[in-house]
Design a protein around this ligand. Structure first.
Ligand code: TXA
Ligand code: MG
Length: 317
């Protein structure tokens, strides 16, 4: 069920089945965005509520224009600068985007992934008339996103194998956190989900101030309070905190932070980038070890540290 043969993935998707695919952020559970029954099976596999919209993945910025009617100048500048890359743009939908993809909203989320295997797959699919793939993160709803083929296997393997679906293995995801989602329907960019493309990046590229999330922002399932969570309880602690107890507990912090007595060290990333890259794998290994608590010292600072903190707060909720 796991392959690295892109041609096999093309055949599976063209036949209406599902294929977990690597991207530079996390693995996605992909289906032909124009095949209603395949899209329905994505919701079934993930046990995801039907009104949660999906991201459409396409090969190029031009292809994105088939799904979004029009974008403000700042958003065009942003996509030209970042795509292919870890950015999702939400804009007004064209008739291609069905209600099942958008959750009934009048906007659609689109992304051009940068992972070379995702790029090749999307390009091949386009040649046979498949204009885009829906691909939510390939985890059970609410669980930690997968950053390797084996993570997908452990969450969805049983379902996928019993339905003749596929996992396309592209190694470990480079970024390790889901894409930045930017709402592009107004005069200013609105970040709906922080990620590797930071607000500062967006302001530098567009020259326009990023506004904070709208009170009536569209539904983003990753913005539910409890999300991205392992089975173990995640507890966030300060670097200088030594009062944590050791029984059946794990620890994750930057390499410079020593391990409190008796705790199982789950990771020692040396940079913020490494922290993002390793985060979900570390949380999953805590569950594999059947730990009850995972203590995490969140990294401080701007940029990617903010995206990591966003995910950690939801994991700890
Ligand atoms: O990095 C990523 O974005 C990964 C990879 C696989 O591309 N995908 C991903 O998909 O994280 P998912 O479904 O787990 O998260 C997509 C988020 C959801 O929270 C969804 O609510 C939001 O995008 N979304 C989709 N369409 C939207 C729309 N029209 N308006 C607002 N949010 C939307
Ligand atoms: Mg997700």
């Amino acid at each position: 069920m796991i392959t690295n043969d892109i041609a096999q993935a093309v055949t599976i998707i063209a036949s209406g089945k599902l294929c977990a695919i690597p991207t530079e952020t996390v693995y996605g559970l992909a289906a032909n965005a124009l095949d209603e029954s395949a899209v329905a099976r994505v919701f079934e596999a993930k046990e995801r509520p039907a009104d949660h919209p999906l991201i459409v993945h396409v090969a190029t910025t031009d292809d994105a224009n088939e799904w979004i009617t029009e974008l403000p100048q700042w958003a065009i500048k942003l996509t030209e600068s970042v795509w292919p890359g870890p950015l999702t743009i939400v804009g007004p939908r064209t008739a291609l985007a069905s209600d099942s993809v958008t959750g009934g909203q009048d906007t659609v989320a689109v992304r051009v992934p940068g992972h070379p295997i995702a790029q090749e797959l999307l390009t091949e699919l386009k040649l046979i008339g498949i204009k885009g793939l829906v691909a939510p993160s390939a985890n059970r709803f609410g669980h930690v996103s997968p950053t390797s083929a084996s993570h997908v296997l452990s969450d969805l393997g049983e379902y996928l194998s019993s339905h003749g679906d596929l996992i396309l293995d592209g190694g470990e995801c480079q970024v390790g956190l889901e894409s930045t989602i930017v709402l592009a329907t107004g005069t200013n960019p609105v970040v709906l989900r922080p990620g590797a493309i930071t607000s500062k990046d967006i302001e530098q590229i567009t020259g326009i101030a990023v506004s904070s999330q709208l009170a009536n922002a569209p539904r983003v399932s990753g913005s539910l309070d409890s999300h991205y969570a392992p089975i173990a309880k995640v507890v966030l602690i300060a670097e200088e905190s030594t009062a944590v107890s050791g029984a059946n507990s794990g620890f994750l912090a930057l390499a410079k932070v020593p391990t409190p007595n008796g705790l199982v060290r789950l990771g020692s990333p040396s940079t913020i980038d490494d922290f993002a890259h390793e985060l979900y794998g570390c949380l999953r290994s805590g569950d594999d070890l059947k730990l009850e608590i995972i203590y995490v010292v969140p990294p401080t600072g701007e940029g990617l540290a903010q995206a990591i903190n966003d995910r950690l707060q939801r994991a700890a909720f």
